[in-house]
Design a protein around this ligand. Structure first.
Ligand code: GLC
Length: 616
């Protein structure tokens, strides 16, 4: 170790210590020493090959060559061994990052799609073994594919060994969770803590007769919230974090981070202590395995999400989901009006240099309508009426809707709901096929391609939800499975249909149209550094509500992106673009056609998008 490295580590250790003592008692010095020991052991256990990887570019995740896919191992391929056999498929599309949805051993029976973990050190035997996983990660790395693994940090399954010992009455293990002898404290919490699943798992506590205690269960009854007030929890969870990092994964997705710290009288969401915990995780990773990156899952209000990046001096998660952008995309399609999206990006938040958004349109979860209400009001709409419109539009009820979806967590009293559905069904393909309407089918495909063209051009790491690349429709069979029927998120979690995927080679099919277009977009993105995630998108006002326009600049190169969110043609007055320095003729990287900005107007067809390259 060089002198600089040594002094860097000592200063990081000092930072860690001061963060640690800002939430844990000063007299807990033994526990801090134990934490350092955990880190030292993990450093020693880090395989030499990974130590080499640690020497590489710390901002590797900003690369324009990175395009991700998230998938459920069992639904996609059966098991880990079979995933390995699908490497040619990833390469064909251009995927260079795979997020494996929960792989660690989940509880038997209902397990919230694997988010109820019974053992953090074992791969669920349904998928394979830890040894097979390590081999797969190595194999994927050799092919230039990075791996992201889920780490459920807020709760364990009630079947985890710690919970079982707590249930057996062991005090030390009961202290790892938040449990109370009477319902007095739970009642006080309930007064201020919102419910996550009000319909399927109401309330935040569950009473266990066996131990006569009320346990904090923010999600399902079988998911017990960990007690981070207890330094032992932080130590154990750090130990697991480093164990997972040493398997060779490059990204660790920390699940449900806003919930990690609870205080009476608060909403128990996004509390300052959560940020301390994440800053500590970040420093620990930097000291032990610096090439590993933290992806935070914080699907909360946009101004809260952005805080999980930390700042330039004290970082937290390098990658976060851009949930606000995701809902803005769906809003633009339903309203044929991209102004909310444009204004949200334009007046969006500053993010630290190391921060990177995941840009996505669909994932395994529902769509919760966390829109920027101030902008909606400024545009002249009533936020709650607008939300009701979106809920009904994406369920397919609204008379103008092209969508097919279902409600998630519908509240009959407030009429509030979220929406479930696959990208293709929400974009209109299912309805078009059902009504045999060829024109609507074409529009639906154009919408799917528009979404992808936007995601692949925006600043951020694009993440494709497995199946969307072959226009997978909703799967209603979950209703026949009693373990899934109550949770409409299973509507968009079907088995990957490999027979349908074969159609990707046949151009006239929906699979072929979507797959080949995405393949081309991914290839172009990888060839131009201007698509790097750290090059910001600059929104350009083009005075056509349906058109979203933004630019990117790198040295003397420029890229102008135009996306028409309407099924009508749009004529854009070029004078608005001249005023921000866009002149001359530019070439569309996708079609090769030339667009001449010296003309007074530019025409965009229904849902047309262009990626215009030129010199600035
Ligand atoms: C995250 C997951 C979601 C799960 C929840 C509880 O939000 O994305 O699917 O239900 O955590 O673990």
């Amino acid at each position: 170790m060089t002198g600089t490295q040594f002094s860097e580590i000592t200063s990081k250790q000092d930072q860690l210590k001061s963060l640690y003592y800002s939430i844990y008692r000063q007299d807990s010095s033994d526990s801090f020493e134990r934490l350092l020991k955990v880190m030292a052991t993990a450093t020693q256990a880090r395989p030499a090959a990974l130590q080499m990887v640690d020497q590489g570019d710390p901002h590797w995740y900003m690369s324009n060559k990175l395009v991700g896919m998230m998938l459920y191992t069992d639904l996609f391929a059966g098991n880990l061994e079979q995933v390995a056999a699908k490497i040619p498929y990833f390469k064909e599309l251009g995927i260079t990052y795979i997020h494996f949805m929960p792989l660690l051993k989940a509880r038997e029976g209902e397990n919230d799609g694997g988010y109820a973990v019974a053992d953090y050190r074992q791969i669920d035997p349904r998928f394979g073994s830890m040894e097979q996983f390590r081999l797969l990660v190595d194999q994927l790395r050799a092919e230039g594919i990075y791996v992201c693994l889920d780490y459920v940090v807020n709760h364990t399954a009630k079947d985890h060994e710690w919970a079982k010992r707590a249930l057996a009455g062991e005090k030390d293990f009961q202290n790892l969770y938040l449990m109370y002898d009477t319902d007095e404290t739970p009642r006080h919490f309930e007064a201020t803590v919102p419910e996550v699943f009000p319909k399927v798992a109401p309330g935040n506590f569950t009473y266990y007769k066996q131990i006569k205690k009320w346990v904090f269960t923010s999600f399902y009854e079988f998911q017990w919230d960990l007690n981070y007030h207890n330094p032992a929890v932080f130590e154990y969870m750090t130990d697991v974090l480093l164990y997972l990092a040493n398997t060779g994964v490059q990204v660790i997705r920390l699940d449900a981070i806003p919930f990690m710290w609870k205080e009476l009288g608060t909403s128990c969401r996004n509390l300052p202590q959560v940020h301390v915990l994440l800053k500590m995780f970040h420093l620990i990773i930097e000291m032990v395995c610096p090439s590993v990156v933290l992806l935070g899952e914080a699907i909360v209000e946009p101004h809260q999400i952005v805080k999980y990046f930390g700042n330039d001096d004290e970082q937290e998660c390098q990658i976060l989901y851009n949930a606000a952008h995701m809902v803005n995309i769906w809003n633009s399609l339903a309203t044929r009006d991209a102004r909310l999206m444009a204004k949200s990006v334009k007046y969006g938040f500053h993010i630290p240099k190391s921060g990177c958004w995941i840009t996505y349109a669909r994932c395994h979860d529902d769509i919760g309508w966390g829109l920027n209400e101030n902008i909606i009001k400024a545009l002249g709409f009533d936020p709650s009426a607008h939300k009701q419109f979106l809920i009904s539009f994406f369920k397919g009820d609204h008379p103008f809707s092209f969508s097919r979806g279902e409600l998630y967590e519908f509240n009959p009293e407030t009429l509030d709901a979220r929406n479930s559905g696959s990208m293709a069904s929400l974009a209109g393909l299912e309805a078009a096929i059902a009504t045999k309407d060829m024109y609507q089918r074409e529009l639906a495909i154009k919408r799917i391609l528009l979404i992808n063209a936007l995601l692949l051009a925006e600043a951020g790491l694009p993440l494709i939800y497995s199946g969307d690349e072959i226009a997978t429709l909703n799967d209603y069979t979950y209703k026949d499975d009693p373990k899934k029927a109550h949770d409409s998120r299973w509507l968009h979690r079907p088995f990957f249909d490999w027979a349908r995927a074969e159609n990707r080679h046949i151009l006239g099919t929906a699979e072929g149209q979507v797959f080949s277009a995405m393949q081309q977009l991914i290839k172009i993105r990888g060839e131009h550094d201007i698509f790097r995630s750290d090059i910001p998108s600059k929104v350009i006002e083009c005075y056509e509500p349906a058109v979203y326009c933004f630019a990117k600049y790198l040295a003397d190169e420029s890229l102008i992106i135009l996306c028409n969110f309407s099924d009508d043609r749009q004529l854009i007055d070029t004078h608005a673009l001249h005023s921000v320095g866009i002149f001359g003729s530019k070439t569309d990287l996708i079609t090769g056609k030339t667009v001449d900005f010296t003309n007074d107007r530019i025409l965009l067809g229904p849902y047309e998008y262009v990626w215009l390259e030129g010199r600035s």
